[in-house]
Design a protein around this ligand. Structure first.
Ligand code: ZN
Length: 182
């Protein structure tokens, strides 16, 4: 067994085998911070799976999701802890997070959510230097949903389509961020 398969992130989360390439990639140096890279290049929002931006935050789809519809909200600041953010940013990040829940409930009929932050690599943070908040939609009996849709449809083919669906849901809900997203 690859010793990295024993990493906390691999062991402590939902079984999501399509995440293995991502987890392995953590062992090598990536091309900088994917959140900062996305922030710096608004023209590539679709390619980077950015949903929308607020003044101090970014909403982006997780390219290596635990389930289809796994979203991230992140501050524009490249910092490792909540404590390093301004109070305004800490407060602001909850609004797009709330919008994500509403969009996922409408677009994917999510029935529940896991929302949380992994702080530190030992806590499962894949990108420990840029704090971000995970929003993972859940369904009753969702292991079946993941097996059918997670691996094949959501991850490999339809991330861009799903992005469009989520933005449409945001417009239907008249949420300020998605209504101005490209
Ligand atoms: Zn960053």
């Amino acid at each position: 067994m690859d010793p990295r398969d024993d990493s906390p992130e691999f062991k402590t989360n939902l079984h999501a085998p399509w995440r293995i390439p991502y987890i392995r990639s953590l062992a090598g140096e990536q091309d900088g911070c994917f959140l900062c890279n996305a922030l710096a290049d608004p023209d590539a929002d679709e390619e980077n799976l950015v949903l929308w931006r607020t003044r101090r935050c970014l909403v982006i789809m997780n390219r290596f999701p635990y389930t289809g519809g796994h979203l991230l909200t992140a501050p524009i600041d490249h910092v490792a802890s909540l404590d390093e953010l301004t109070s305004e940013t800490r407060l602001e990040i909850m609004d797009p997070t709330n919008d994500c829940l509403k969009i996922l409930a409408l677009a994917l009929r999510a029935e529940g959510f896991n929302v949380g932050i992994n702080i530190g690599r030992c806590a499962g943070a894949g990108l420990p230097d840029h704090i971000h908040l995970h929003i993972v939609p859940r369904w009753g009996g969702d292991s079946n949903f993941m097996a059918v849709l997670g691996d094949i449809r959501m991850v490999h083919q339809a991330m861009t389509e799903l992005r469009a669906e989520l933005l449409t849901a945001g417009e239907e809900l008249k949420l300020p961020g998605p209504c101005h997203a490209g």
